[in-house]
Design a protein around this ligand. Sequence first.
Ligand code: AMP
Length: 586
Amino acid sequence: MNELIVGIDLGTTNSEVAIVQAGRVVVIADENGAKIMPSVVGLSEQGEVLIGESAKNQYVLYPERTVKSIKRQMGQEIKVSMAGNEYTPQEISAMILKQLKGIAENYLKQPVQKAVITVPAYFSDAQRQATREAGEIAGLEVVRIINEPTAAALSYEAKQNVHKQVLVYDLGGGTFDVSVVSIQDQVVEVLASHGNNHLGGDDFDQKIIDHLVTHLQQVHKVDVRNSRTSLARLSRAAEIAKIALSDQPFVLIEEEYLYEHQGLPIHLSLELSRYEYEQMIQEFVEETLAVVHLTMQSANLSVADIDEVLLVGGSTRTPLVVQRLTEKFQQQPRGEVDPDLCVAAGAAIQAAIIAGQDTTAAAVLVDITPYTYGTSALGELDDRLYPYMYVPIIHKNTPLPVTKTEVFYTMYDHQEAVEVNVYQGEDADALNNIQIGNFLVAGLSKVQQGNQILLTLDLDLDGILKVSAKEKKTGLAKSIVINNAISRFEQVEMEQAKQRVREIFGEAVAAVDLATASTTEQNHSIVQAKALVEKAERMLERAATEDKDDLVNLIETINEAIASQDFVELKTAMEQLSDILYYLDL
Ligand code: AMP
């Protein structure tokens, strides 16, 4: 039997323990089912040692009896105070490690004596030595200390004999690190690493907290910062709101009886949009990109040399982070191995390699969607106004189950209906993707253009896709369920392939297009056409005389085509009008 070695991610904010069992990585849950343990240690009023969630919970009220972020002090010759007693950073870290050891033993039903522990790539010798000592105090032989980015890379690449260069972008709660890692024949080497020890999700929370405090000052004329309990509640609410905004465009932050002022209760109720939130954190995200740039310079590499970007740390679930990295590297970063758990998973893989276990199949098993799902909207495609621009909502490689919501806007005043088309595929032109469903939401309020419609896609492990559209203002909603959304792709794709083959052989299938299009498709064209006409009418004033004539003619043609339901004519006229509008827009 191989010897038993566990992998431990001893993090600043959270820690985890994992092993490879029967070729699979298992991140071990505690008796409450939690795989992520806050790296917080405390002593209760009764003198009982608290570690993890319970210690985190008492921090706000009893900071003098609680220690968090001890990792920042590792390697320093100092003592920290907890409930009047003095401890070295090694001792505090040892308490966390001992707890993780216990969680693993409880799960494995046998003693655990050896571990691989991860540390940041920038850790000095003194900091690494202190980590070893912490292990020893906890009763663990630290068989190897490995770098966190190395572990992250291993969690993605344990089984392959590949040669590639990956950038590991690690944005946690309180720290940020970027490393460029080279993988060659199972040798993983950190080429360059930079970071900021005081940048992370906590800063994002703080921005929301500040926003809420200001709101309460303005609306209720109170300063809740002088109440520890109110502030603790605000900070929890801020983090929950932040996490919600990773999957939806708005969040309602509500805290009843948050504060008392002149004997009256103060309730908090404020909506925050993802857009507002992104403005708040933009400077932080740009700061991380500057560090990415610096790291690539240190490694003497350019964007084109990076084969993959791997996401580590809970804060990398922030859409703005993913968006900016995608723009910079012109590729979708990989985050399918849970970013909170991939360092622990990599540590477990390293531990298994040292223990002589077969790791060729030691993949971190995650259920992901192999396709992208989205809708179409009027937007710019190849610098032209185009009615079927594809708007991805659930990106491929997203772990399942997943629920994502995005906001869309009506295009003209008094628009009473919107048509929702659901597609599967990757092409920027929705019409080149596979349409897997569509429906109409009718009876919208008669308001100006820009009425907000929330579109939610919910994809579960069985491939069932629930799509719902809701008018935000009134809650009016309509939804559909698409069964077999994942396997269905193959069926539809097969049909399309057959059709393409038939086309090549000259069979008369081209006429299938607009002439036989479904009524909903036609309604969709009419909605788009009306939007184009509106835009054209607005542009008439600015247009030169010769363009004006063309515009007027096309508007007339479109209106007539709509009246006579001539969809072939309508399509041609819409294309011509889009072209002209595009040039006038410049
Ligand atoms: P880590 O230190 O890697 O465990 O990361 C913890 C940080 O990730 C905390 O600031 C969390 O609030 C943040 N976080 C966790 N989940 C999400 C999410 N879905 N969106 C944005 N931030 C998140």
